[in-house]
Design a protein around this ligand. Structure first.
Ligand SMILES: *Cc1c(COP(=O)(O)O)cnc(C)c1O
Length: 366
């Protein structure tokens, strides 16, 4: 073995690379299935596809890809600022909202620092903390809901940041405005609070966290184009924060971290309210169908505020594999230390119906 790997950061040894939802093409190859017979309900993608307005804008942008993107993202940042009532200086655009997590790590984390997250929070927070040699303090989340009191109580002088996924993935649970307000009154000035709001648009009357940025608190709100806008393949998201924190994050990114097609698609998707409304309506219908089906099947599930449901099936990995053989890709949850559970994304109604029929078949034969 080359000895050079010994010189890699010692803390990388414990780091396991992110395990994404299984792609359709790979499943087709491995299972000998026709890709068109496979449905993927594994990555909380938009079953209606991308915003048609975004597609149109991207086609036009494709004609100019010989030119470097606008590294400063002037138009997209302006559009985002306008939509949410901020200035451009409050907006950082990123290669998927996941990159915001990484930029915050670059800006603020050193080995030995502490990051606080809920035990069953989105796993990327811990991966990023580990990448920078920081320790993740995982706080118990009774009933799979973030316990903000306990998270505030976990703050030490070494705490640099706290992640709150609202709604959380993979649990689909939320914390409300009152809990957030109480929590924020306890957070000291040396801590950055990150609200990851990837599923914000699916929630009617979601809590207002942007007010904390207006008050000048050390808050970053993450949003993405990957979910309700249906642009997951483009890799584009953004953070809203104070101009001071935004300046730090801007220094940490690559000169052209978001590409010109993504910027154009995002600008159009941002204001495509019609596509978002259709997606929300379809999601409400499908999620209710899943939840009543699970209840009728006697399966425990976690009531969800997002576009997926966490459901207890016994042998999560076994059910995942058996569903895969039948052309239905869902997500096993062992990487979240939930080996008895699977997470299923809401699809179109025909996809949801096929998924439930297949799940019944699999559970009956196990
Ligand atoms: C899907 C998701 C994101 C979005 O990631 P992108 O990098 O924007 O595609 C962020 N946070 C959570 C909790 C998610 O589930």
């Amino acid at each position: 073995m080359s000895s050079v790997t010994k010189q890699a950061h010692s803390w990388l040894e414990g780091l396991v690379a992110y395990d994404p939802g299984k792609p359709i093409e790979e499943t087709a190859r491995e299972q000998g299935l026709d890709p068109s017979d496979i449905i993927k309900l594994a990555s909380n993608e938009n079953p209606l596809g991308p915003s048609p307005k975004a597609v149109e804008a991207m086609k036009e942008a494709a004609e100019s890809v010989h030119i470097y993107p606008d590294g400063g993202g002037y138009k997209l940042r302006s559009a985002i600022a306008e939509k949410f009532g901020f200035d451009r200086e409050n907006v950082v655009i990123s290669n998927g909202s996941n990159e915001i997590i990484e930029l915050i790590g670059h800006g603020f984390l050193s080995p030995g620092d502490e990051v606080i997250a809920a035990k069953h929070a989105f796993v990327v927070y811990k991966l990023m903390a580990t990448l920078f040699g920081a320790d993740t303090i995982e706080v118990e989340d009774p009933g799979f809901v973030h316990d903000l009191e306990a998270m505030a109580a976990a703050i030490t002088p070494r705490t640099r940041m706290i992640f709150i996924a609202n709604p959380n993935n993979p649990t689909g649970t939320m914390v409300d405005q009152a809990a957030i307000d109480r929590f924020m009154s306890q957070v000291p000035d040396h801590v950055v609070v990150i609200f990851d709001e990837a599923y914000y648009e699916f929630v009617p009357d979601a809590p207002d966290t942007l007010k904390y940025i207006r008050e000048g608190r050390n808050v970053v709100v993450m949003r993405t184009f990957s979910k309700i806008q249906g642009l997951a393949g483009l890799r584009i998201g953004f953070g809203l924060t104070t101009p001071e924190i935004a300046q730090v994050l801007q220094k940490c990114r690559q000169p052209f971290n978001t590409n010109s097609i993504a910027q154009a698609g995002a600008i159009a998707g941002l204001i495509d309210e019609d596509h978002q409304r259709k997606t929300r309506e379809l999601n409400d219908l499908g999620r209710a169908f899943f939840e009543t089906s699970f209840a009728a099947m006697g399966l425990e599930y976690v009531p969800s505020h997002a576009n997926f449901v966490l459901v207890k099936v016994g042998d999560g990995d076994g059910v995942f594999k058996a569903m895969l053989k039948r052309g239905v890709i869902i997500r096993a949850m062992s990487s979240y230390k939930l080996p008895e559970w699977v997470r299923i994304s809401v699809g179109t109604m025909p996809q949801n119906e096929r998924c439930i029929a297949t799940l019944k078949e699999v559970l009956a034969s196990s």
